[in-house]
Design a protein around this ligand. Sequence first.
Ligand SMILES: NCc1[nH]cc(CCC(=O)O)c1CC(=O)O
Length: 310
Amino acid sequence: MRYRVGTRGSKLALAQTKRVIEKLKSAFPEDEFDVVIIKTTGDMDQKSRLDQIGSKGIFVKEIEEELLEEKIHLAVHSMKDMPDTTADGLIFAKAWKREDPRDVLILREAVSVDDLPKGAVIGTGSKRRKYQLLKIRPDLNIVGIRGNVDTRIRKMQEEEMDGIVLAAAGINRLGREQEITCYLEPDQMIPAPAQGTLALEVKADNIQLIRKLNRLSDQETDICVKAERQFLKQIGGSCHLPVGAYCKIQDEKLILRAMFGTEDGKKLAYTKVESTVLNKIEDSSQIDEICRQIAREAVEKIQIQLSHEE
Ligand SMILES: NCc1[nH]cc(CCC(=O)O)c1CC(=O)O
């Protein structure tokens, strides 16, 4: 088969799409894969603050239309950029192995969060990153920044910020990991739901391609992403609100850390919940139920905390 693989045209999107194609090629040497670059609303409007452009999934709508019209067979996105509900007629293949889920700081001079001078200027457009950082260092001056990873690193230098926050996965995919100053561990900076994982989106009736993609999946990542995205969905999160969720499997249990807050960051709640021990023969509907359940428990705990802060 010859497959058309759609992606945004940013360096990061192209880098991750090329990696996906390499893995597919080595698993299915008889197939061919062509990259198709698709311009999205999000790529065309580089000025507006993301939370003001409004509609969710501005980086994915055009790509999903091409999938539905069968102009492309597969779309590669960052899962953390995907809205919590999938488009009708499309599905995600099971997740492949997650890369580094952490957020990192790129600092101009300081070597760690603690080392930053009082009132240091840090660029991020994400409320999740902003309020979690302020919780560790309330004196920091957080300013908005937009653009792809390269642009943000350049703006940090041009606009004389002391640093920026980015996802390790994106920097690694661009081969710029030597520029990372320090890593923020998930217990002090809960990553965005599904950070570090890719979304492999296909038309739901393309059974043959879905089967191929799923052969390369990683069960642990797939389960953890399901739990994190269930949390996002149930809490009613959007990119306007600070939402974080990070799940891992330890001693055969799911451990889900999550945070949620109000838009102004005045209220911020954190929780950590554990599932019961997973049974080795759990099938996918049981796994879905376990993920829904652990997410529900996290949402309940967070809602209780937020209501006590009234
Ligand atoms: N919002 C932009 C975005 N979408 C996906 C990544 C890379 C990390 C990932 O794929 O999870 C990034 C860059 C960043 O947040 O630093």
